[in-house]
Ligand binder design. Sequence first.
Ligand SMILES: Nc1ncnc2c1ncn2[C@@H]1O[C@H](COP(=O)(O)OP(=O)(O)OP(=O)(O)O)[C@@H](O)[C@H]1O
Length: 616
Amino acid sequence: MTDHTPRSEEDRIPVRPRKRSASQIADRLALDAIYEIAKTFSGAPDPIAVVPQIFNVLSSFLDLRHGVLAVLSEPGNETKAVNPYRIAATSFRRDESAPASDVLPDAVARIVFRSGVPFVAFDLEEEFGAEAVPRRLRDSGQTLIAVPLRDPERSHFVLGVLAAYRSHDHNRAGYSDADVRVLTMVASLLEQALRFRARIARDRERALEDTRRMLQSVNEQRGVAQPPVSIDGIIGSSPAISEVVAQVRRVAGTKTPVLLRGESGTGKELFARAVHSQSPRAKGPFIRVNCAALSETLLESELFGHEKGAFTGANALKKGRFELADGGTLFLDEIGEISPTFQTKLLRVLQEGEFERVGGQRTLKVDVRIVAATNRDLEDAVARGDFRADLYFRICVVPIVLPPLRNRKADIKPLAQLFLDRFNKSNGTNVKFASDAFDQICRCKFPGNVRELENCVNRAASLSDGEIVLAEELACSQGACLSAELFRLQEGASPIGGLAVGRMITPTVRVSDPGPRNPEPPPAAQSPRVAAPPPEPQVHSEYQPEIPSPYPPMPHAEPEELHQVRRKTANITRDELIRALESAGWVQAKAARLLGMTPRQIAYALQKFDIELRRI
Ligand SMILES: Nc1ncnc2c1ncn2[C@@H]1O[C@H](COP(=O)(O)OP(=O)(O)OP(=O)(O)O)[C@@H](O)[C@H]1O
């Protein structure tokens, strides 16, 4: 039925669409394009795979043509270029083997990778030469707009370049700002999509890992033996160590830099050697540098070498470790300890594979695989600005974390047996552990990790009365295991040299008496009568200097016992000491406990009163 009700005057005037300005139309199109693009990304399981579709949208809505996405490739592959990248997507239908320069001028890509800001080239030919212009675009004027794509996880890190061309047939000057804005928005949508995907992948990986661990622990409980691992002297039968060995095997075949992380004594150097020996460069040299052991100047001349006469004392040309490691592997131990200036020097050689000897002019090129190690929390160091982020990304391409021994108890027994066998071999002995001794060792937390286990075995084997080491002969049974004491003081929360520990330096504290704060375990005693006191820390001022220590800082708040210890040190008499030793069966650690002193203080007192230890 037709509606005959009379309409008002207003109703009868035909509605003419409001005229929009060119810029309003452009804005509207941009908005529509972004809407389409966001929809496409949100539904895509692999955001990079849909980038060609995104380029089509840009082209049909906004005339932004010939889109291209370049992403950083893993460093350390065949190319020696700085920031090697690959073309990951394009709207050209191009032959896969075509050079990247067919779609994106190399000079522009590198500018964006390095600067991390958008770049607009109004006239490629004029700015970069005819060769820079992709072949198919040579006959037409084109403005190139390129914006950075940032790593979703590390916002300062440029991992890609998103670019597109605008033909000069269009209003060339007017659009570039808007084009930069649109491409930046697209880059940001892509970053979000990548971040989302990475999160899903990580969650999936975590779930798989949990399942794997669960199965392994069920197998362990059922007594299904894990096959023992054995490469290059690495011993272990725990799932954790098998996983690390598998990672080493996987990564060894490439030239990718590896960063070994883990507490002190977990075997970082051993694993660095394994990465080398399992790699195609195994026949090449393996060169190690302890970055923490050398001053900056020495480190520079050690790593890069020096020319004759470069400085006083440089009487001859000396090749540096980079040169010596050519064709092989360079192991940079304790990399977290190098100074900011040296970080810059190292970055250059890691990026470009080039350096000059100290005092030299000639640029040398080497082919070296880098394996680094640290027990520092490098992420924290980067966040605090102590460690360069770009160097961090160079060295931390494949991080391999070595678990502490307390988290892989299944390794303790085979390792203890290995060290005992080594002891017997080098001493011509046939010492064995009684089964209760083995059980006791296996229960230990070993805060000093494998190194401490090695010491423990050697100490027990050296001090044993007979061929069988009994449980009661172990240092821990006699209250003489200082690392157990140390671990107790840590409350298990801050393991020695653990990843959570930043700079491993004892805190600067006011000291009125030089009583030891972090007693080190006594050197594996050569004979029970030897009671040589460890060197007394020199305290010249009211403040204790910062001493690099393998142990994490002690809490600032001092327990009451420690105050008592201080008072006792000065007051103890010879008789008091002998009485305590007598009642402790001449076990220093026990006597120390009776007197409320540390074993180290007992050792000083013994020396002071010239008392020789008796063995009961
Ligand atoms: N899985 C293992 N199998 C056999 N020996 C091991 C294993 N892990 C560590 N070790 C031994 O333990 C000792 C300490 O290892 P290493 O020096 O490699 O530790 P690290 O992590 O580099 O220590 P730091 O950080 O203090 O330098 C070495 O004698 C090493 O041979």
